[in-house]
Design a protein around this ligand. Structure first.
Ligand code: HEC
Length: 672
């Protein structure tokens, strides 16, 4: 494997880049995927190569000249929803995905669209997808592009034409299950999971034959109905770690909605698993138990789907601490010898380093504020929970909250600086035992009490940072602070640079060693996707998809674009025209009612919805939401963090609506 931790070798890498571009090496088969150094100018797979470090050896754009970076081209995706994809670049063509799983092939020199594939997902998924109609990218193998579609299909497209070669339905489409993650390729198989645990789901990961679309194997991450035989021995072992009879009816959870990493050296597939379904462990598994294999890193044999080892980051999860967050492989100098490691910063706030041959825990250290566990015991490999953190008898405020100290936004690692660049964030949540629980199919099933009872002290997440973490010294080296959380993924390059976009719409380059901000461009739209870099005919480019969305899609208006920068590009490109998004609605309220409604709004609502946070701007809510205010204020959204307001009676709600409709009218006029 190509890992050059020595700065002096970077010159060699540049020379190889030139050679690679001229030679046009052969097809993207297993050998090509295992030898990314032969295609240093390309970006072949989700994390750039099988190590998923998102580190590019390209150094034409560097800490010396990045200030001259400008826009080379942009492509309008004609969407206003979240864009999360990592584009791929193969032989001068960029393949990327957008909202509603639409897939694009673009000339990577000019931005000219070559083809577009729209899987025509039913718009009912707008309500079925927990976290926006996003897609994190495609996979490329031989002559095909593979994309997971929001409605659960896995589609293989002819790379030249964009025409479907095959399509497989990977989920029970009568259930609210969705695919947002990027497929991965391992030895002729396409690997994919799905999301949906909030609605009640049993997690699994599947492997399909890349050529034919035949299902090769499926690994369930949690046991099924205990009265029936389990699908494999790993599940027989997991079964005694579950108690009661709620979990398997609800599904148990453990969905595989993001990170899957293939290790060709060890022939292991690492799969990150999600939270429990429902969230609350006292409801899910009332007699205790670790609930294997929730919130775990699983090492699976990609040839047959057998479990080889597992490590559970959060035994008996009860806070939505998924371990699906991006994982990366590295060979690190560790206490006098080289260890083959896997690294992850899951939602629970600890940064993990594991030996990836055995699953042995080497390090687990808090990378954000953590109050649910005092530490992780390296001998037992288990977190030591703070008494009361599991809110059995009394509600409590826990950090991180369900959005995690880090979410799906990719991190990167520079072998030159030895630092991992994490899009980290602050957040917390109040968790409280519900009075009762009954499973409601098709709705959120968290099994938590109404957040409204703890409105005081319900602290809304507000900040994020780029965190440069030293995995060997086990501590931060530098940070760049942001006023918003939910910022973009990161890219590290041999030019001693780290790139990241922000929720506020800035695309920024930092000195990878020191954290000094060297360049930034305001793009007019929040960025959550991770950037990539590539090289064609001796010119290095940096690309990123701009379009804010995901878990909180409503604050920023978004004009989806694929942006590509190069040295000497346009320094001040025109900003996109934001579309008019709201129209005035009829409003029968009197001026006095509107004024009274304004008082109610500022007393009860403004601190969460007033724009200082990423929560919805109520002026932009749909007419259906505004007409249904009574239901929402009566508690229909408590499990999403919207409190119940029993004290607001019917006339008060009418005044509130009158005020919101009036504010909407003003906004619509200002957007004209
Ligand atoms: C403690 C914070 C908090 C307070 C206070 C609060 N909300 Fe919310 N509200 C939320 C959260 C969290 C959501 C859910 C966001 C999501 O899941 O998209 C939400 C969602 C909503 C929605 C749905 C918006 C949409 O377009 O989908 C409405 C309507 C709403 N709140 C109205 C109100 C009103 C009216 C008040 C004041 C009486 C209020 N909220 C006070 C946190 C709060």
């Amino acid at each position: 494997m190509f890992r050059v931790p020595v700065a002096g070798l970077i010159l060699v890498a540049s020379w190889m880049v030139l050679g690679a571009a001229q030679q046009r090496p052969g097809p993207i088969d297993d050998a090509a995927l295992r030898a990314p150094e032969a295609r240093a100018g390309d970006w072949l797979s989700y994390g750039r190569d099988y190590y998923e470090q998102r580190f590019s050896p390209l150094d034409q754009i560097s800490d010396r000249n990045v200030a001259q970076l400008g826009l080379a081209w942009q492509m309008d995706t004609a969407t206003d929803r979240g864009l999360e994809a990592t584009p791929l670049v193969v032989d001068g063509v960029m393949y990327t995905t957008g909202s509603w799983s639409v897939t694009y092939a673009v000339d990577a020199r000019t931005g000219q669209q070559l083809w577009k594939y729209d899987p025509e997902v039913h718009r009912k998924y707008d309500n079925l997808a927990c976290c926006d109609v996003v897609n994190r990218g495609a996979a490329f193998y031989k002559d095909k592009v593979y994309v997971g579609v929001l409605d659960g299909r896995l589609v293989a497209l002819d790379a030249k034409t964009g025409r479907p070669a095959w399509s497989a339905v990977t989920v029970d489409q009568t259930q609210p299950l969705t695919i947002t993650g990027a497929p991965r390729i391992a030895r002729g198989k396409v690997i994919i999971g799905n999301g949906g645990a909030e609605y009640g789901a049993r997690g699994y990961v599947s492997a399909y034959d890349a050529e034919t679309g035949q299902l090769a194997w499926r690994f369930y991450t949690v046991p099924g109905d205990p009265s029936k035989p389990q699908e494999n021995r790993a599940l027989d072992k997991a079964l005694p770690t579950w108690t009661g009879d709620t979990w398997w009816k609800v599904g148990g959870g453990g969905t595989v909605w993001d990170s899957i990493v293939y290790d060709p050296e060890l022939n292991l597939l690492y799969v990150g698993t999600g939270n429990g379904s429902p969230w609350n462990r006292h409801v899910r598994s009332p007699g205790g138990g670790d609930n294997l294999y929730l919130c775990s890193i699983l090492a699976i044999n990609p040839d047959n789907g057998d479990l080889v080892w597992h490590y559970q980051t959060t035994p008996a999860d009860t806070w939505d601490y998924t371990s699906v967050q991006p994982m990366m492989l590295a060979d690190l100098a560790w206490q006098g010898r080289t260890r083959k490691v896997i690294m992850q910063a899951p939602k629970n706030g600890f940064f993990y380093v594991l030996d990836r041959e055995t699953g042995e825990l080497l390090a687990a250290d808090p990378y954000v504020e953590v109050n649910w566990a005092t530490h992780v015991d390296l001998k037992t490999g288990r977190p030591v929970e703070v008494p009361g953190a599991a809110y059995k008898d009394k509600g409590t405020y826990i950090r991180p909250g369900p959005l995690g100290g880090h979410n799906w936004q990719a991190m990167s690692y520079s072998p030159t600086t030895g630092l991992v660049y994490i899009p980290a964030q602050d957040n917390g949540r109040y968790y409280e035992q519900p009075k009762s629980f009954s499973f409601r199919p098709g709705e959120y099933n968290l099994a938590l009490a109404a957040a409204g009872r703890a409105v005081e002290g319900y602290d809304i997440p507000s900040k994020g940072r780029l965190l440069a973490w030293d995995p060997v010294a086990r501590k931060p080296r530098w940070t760049a602070e942001y006023g918003n959380y939910w910022n973009g993924g990161t890219l590290a390059t041999a030019g001693n640079l780290v790139f990241q976009g922000t929720a506020a719409g800035d695309f920024i380059a930092y000195n990878a060693t020191t954290g000094e901000k060297l360049w930034s461009a305001y793009v007019g739209t929040g960025i959550v996707a991770p950037p990539i870099t590539y090289e064609i005919d001796g010119q290095q480019y940096v690309s990123v998809m701009a379009g804010w969305g995901g878990a909180f899609p409503k604050k920023f208006r978004s004009v989806g674009r694929l942006l590509t920068y190069a040295i000497g590009g346009n320094a001040t490109p025109p900003l996109p025209k934001l579309p008019r998004r709201v129209t005035a609605l009829p409003n029968a309220a009197s001026a006095a009612d509107i004024a009274a409604g304004g008082k109610i709004y500022s007393t009860y609502c403004a601190r969460c919805h007033g724009g200082a946070t990423v929560l919805p701007d109520l002026r932009r809510s749909t007419p259906a939401v505004l007409n249904g205010l009574e239901r929402i204020l009566d508690g229909s959204m408590v499990e999403r963090g919207m409190p119940r307001f029993a004290e607001l009676d019917k006339p008060a709600v009418a005044q509130l609506r009158g005020y919101l409709l009036d504010e909407r009218r003003k906004l619509a006029a200002s957007e004209r």
